[in-house]
Every structure is written in C-alpha cells, then in structure tokens.
Write a new protein. Structure first.
Lengths: 385, 136
C-alpha cells in the first residue's frame, strides 16, 4: 500500500430474519460507524456502497440520508464478497491518496433478491438461464461429499463446526441466530436436511442487515483514536480465478481451493506475517465444509489435518486459533452485501478488546477472508498497533 | 413426439433422433491442449483462439448431493432432487442435476448426459431443456 491505512470506525445494524426497510438498515449502520469514528459525514471523501439486490442507484439514494456533501459514491457488487470489496475499495482510496477518509457501507436483504430467470428478447419466452442451474447449497454439499470420500471426514465434524459457530454467536448482539442455550452437535445433526450432508443448522443464516467501516490515514486515526488502540490494515489482497484441473465455469461455483490459498499467501507476504502470527480468523463459512477447508488453505494446519483441529477444539475460544468468533455466516448471518463488513466490524472490535463475552483474549492480529460466488477471493489482515 | 430444444443456444445439442446422445458444446484450445465448458471466447489459459467441439456424453461422477431446498428461481417445496459433478473424458467437470434417489449414487460411477425438461410450452408442446445426468 502507498500510504498506511487504519480502520477508525465500524458500525452495524443487527442481522435479522425480519424484513427491515433497507433504507433504515443503511442509515443505522452508517451513522453507527460515523459515531464510532467520531467524525461527520462531511469528513468522508469517498463512499463505497456494497449491495447485491436492489435497483439502479438504490445505494446512492440511501446515502442522501447521511447528507448531500458531494462525496463520490460508487456501487460495488461481488456476490458474497460485496462488503469485502467495498471495504477494499475504501482502503485503496485512502492508500492511493484519493482521500484521507473513506467509508464502505454494505446492506441487503437476501430474501428479496430476484431469481435468475433470464430476460428474453422482445417476443421470446421467459425461460430459466442455463448458467444458474444450481443453488450454492448444492455445490458446497458436493465439496463436503468429496471431502468425506477422500479424507474420511464425518458428518459429525461438520456438525461440530456449526455448533461452535452457533455458540460463538450467542453473545453477539448483532447476530441473527442467538440461541438461548448451548447448541449441541446432536441438535445440529437432527435439524432438517438441506443438502446432504448439510442440515439447516449448518447452512448460513439468510436475512437482512447492514454493516459499515470507515478507514483513514494515520493522522486521522491518531486524531480519532479516543484512547482506543489504532487498527491498521496490514494487507488487502484479492484474486479472481486461475485455471485449474476440474475447473467449473458455469454459474456460481465453490471456486478453486487455491484461490483462498493464493490470496492468503499474498496477504501474509504483504503483512510480513504468517499463520502463526494470527490470533483469530473470519472466513466465508456459508457451510462448515468451507471453514474446515480454510483451516488448511490458509495455512493453520496441513492438508487433511482440519478434522483434528475440530476434534481438539483449536478453533473456538481458548483454542489455538478461534475461527468465526462472532458466529460467522452460519450464525451471525449472511445477508449478502454487508457480510464482509460485519467481519470487519467484529475484527476491529476484537482488536480493540470490545467484544465482551465473545472476545478473543489478547487478540492483536486478525485475518478476514471472503469468497464471492466462488470467483473472487478477498483477504485482509488487521492489526492493533 | 414433442420437440425438445435447449433453454439457450450454444450449450448443448439435442438430436431429433432420440436414439442419438445429447451432447454439451464446449471449446478446445489447441495451444493449451485443454477443453472447456461452456464455450469460451478465447482460451482462458493462453488467450489464443479456441474451436467449438461437442463433448462426450458419458463421464464419471466426481461428487453428489441430495437437495431438499426449492430449485433455483423457485420457492416451491420439493421432495428432494440429486445434483452431481461429472468429469467428462475431455477433462471438463460439469455441475448438473442427476437422476435417482439417496443411495443410488457412488463416486466414480458412470453417468450419461440427458435432456432435462424445464418448461413445456402449453400451446405447441415444445419442451425447453437444460441438461442432467443419469446413472449408466
């Protein structure tokens, strides 16, 4: 990066299964981040809106509620990685010198998104597209099935990961799924089957929500630290696909495993760190097979050793490397546009030591990973300085 | 017999003679000696031109699942349906629905490509098809 960049403010609207007006989601998350940073909207020099659903210029319309300041506003969309992409654009706007303060706001209601029927030419029939024949639940399940075939991974391992993330979310006030009891592996396994071997309690929570982050130069970060530690962006990396054996081009996909491996390696290199230096991790855990694979692909254990990490409790609080401390996509939720920014919200607050009952003790460095439709991978590394 | 046509042009060939196999249409890159599906504008590895080729109708099941959620674009409840990834001899992996029920599938088994009727025209009976695989 050309200039050092710091996260100076984060905000959220709780993720929820209720339909909440998107305009309200947006405003709440935006104002929360501005308040957290201790700045006014007029201080923001670039705004990146991340949403998947919604019509033309919807986000810029919502931004008017924050103020008419003339700030450049850009819509960013990269499927699940939309919020992460908006954050990355904000980081680069500051790093590249476009502005000293940039903001990213992500919002969505996953259940209001349109279906993939192709739009036919005039006079032609409206037919489904060839390109969108399969739900994400299908291809993540097939990844899990192949893992079971090749490594002997059990359904119980997937259930343990899901139960862990449900329990991580119990004390997160922004989480969509907040169980009133300790969620058990048996409960997860007994839930309705969604796509074998994944049950409904292993599937990410689909709902509505918003999240926001404000990044700035060191001078702004110092001025607005307000007694809190400063949170530096050590790495911001993104990769689209490279060709690999068995490459699937059609529709949204799981994506090549090496996307995460490569993007992670680039981020470690940029930060000058390795997996041993990371204190907690956020990943695109839409289903537990993903989290399991990312233990290995991000270098926290060797190939095929993820199951042992689960069995030994290494990825929960008190373990070697907690994953998804806020509940992850499985329990905190996954509305779409804001998901990557919710990760930044938690990562920033973890590094400041603000997460109370779901705090990773002594956290100094966090890694935040997101996939978008399997075709884009984004990794950020944040550190308390 | 009702006429079967692909949902979209450029993805598959459905012969009028039902005895002949349905085939997917892909791209072959001589420069990379690789085949891709669906067709590519250029070779994604070398950026060299590609030629359009028809792919083998039979492949090997790489992975599968049984889904209990509504199909893409629908909110209708379903009784469940299979999906699979099938490796064709050209080195191409295809994601598609698969025929059968839980217990019918085993990784490595042979699968054949067949038309998958998605919409039937209520006026002329034309069947608009995607594709799926069925165990051989």
């Amino acid at each position: 990066m050309n200039r050092d960049v710091y996260v100076i403010g984060v905000g959220m609207h709780r993720f929820s299964k209720d339909h909440i007006p998107k305009r309200d989601l947006y405003f709440t998350a935006g104002m929360d981040a501005l308040g957290d940073a201790g700045i006014k909207f007029r201080d923001v020099g670039a705004l990146y809106n991340g949403y998947i659903g919604g019509g033309m210029t919807e986000g810029i319309g919502f931004a008017k509620d924050l103020g008419l300041t003339g700030v450049p506003v850009t819509h960013v969309e990269n499927a699940s990685a939309t919020g992460s992409s908006a954050f990355r654009e904000a980081v680069w706007a500051v790093s590249g010198g476009q502005t000293d303060v940039a903001m990213a706001i992500g919002y969505d209601d996953m259940r209001l998104m349109g279906n993939p029927m192709s739009q036919p030419p005039k006079g032609k029939k409206r037919l489904p597209s060839m390109e969108n024949i399969m739900l994400p639940a299908g291809f993540f399940a097939m990844w899990a099935q192949r893992r079971m075939h090749e490594n002997g991974t059990t359904v119980e391992t997937f259930a343990k990961i899901a139960a862990k993330n449900w329990n991580h979310a119990r004390h997160n006030p922004m989480a969509q799924r907040r169980a009133d009891h300790e969620v058990t592996v048996e409960e997860v396994l007994a839930a309705d089957m969604v796509a074998y071997p994944h049950t409904a309690m292993m599937a990410c929570a689909s709902g509505a929500g918003a999240a926001s982050a404000i990044v700035a130069t060191e001078a702004w970060a110092k001025k607005h630290a307000n007694g809190r530690p400063m949170i530096k962006v050590l790495a911001s990396q993104s990769q689209s696909e490279h060709y690999g054996d068995g490459h699937i081009f059609m529709g949204a996909v799981v994506g090549p495993a090496y996307s995460t491996e490569l993007t992670g390696q680039l981020a470690y290199k940029e930060a000058g760190l390795g997996p041993k230096d990371i204190d907690f991790v956020h990943v695109h855990d839409a289903f537990p097979i993903e989290e399991l694979m990312y233990y290995e692909l991000l270098g926290f254990c060797g190939a095929g050793e993820g199951d042992r990490m689960v069995a030994d409790g290494e990825t929960t609080f008190g373990g070697r490397i907690p994953f998804s401390p806020d509940g992850g996509l499985i329990a905190r939720g996954h509305p779409g546009g804001p998901t990557g920014l919710a990760q930044v919200w938690d990562a920033t607050r973890q590094l400041r030591g603000q997460q109370d009952k779901f705090q990773v003790e002594g956290a100094r460095t966090g890694l935040v990973h997101m996939m978008g439709a399997g075709s884009i991978c984004i990794v950020h590394i944040l550190q308390r300085v | 017999m009702a006429k079967m046509v692909p949902l979209e042009e450029g993805y598959m060939v459905i012969p009028e003679n039902p005895e002949l196999p349905c085939r997917l249409i892909g791209s072959y890159s001589k420069a990379a000696n690789k085949t891709y599906f669906p067709i590519r504008k250029l070779c994604p590895v070398t950026s060299e031109p590609v030629e359009t080729v028809e792919l083998s109708p039979i492949g090997e099941l790489y992975s599968w699942s049984f889904i209990m959620m509504p199909k893409m674009g629908s909110r209708e409840k379903v009784a469940g349906y299979g999906v699979g990834q099938v490796d064709l001899p050209e080195g191409v992996r295809i994601q598609a629905p698969i025929d059968g029920k839980m217990g019918d599938w085993k990784i490595g088994m042979k699968m054949r490509l067949v038309p998958n009727v998605v919409v039937t025209d209520s006026e002329d009976g034309t069947q608009y098809c995607g594709f799926k695989f069925t165990p051989v």
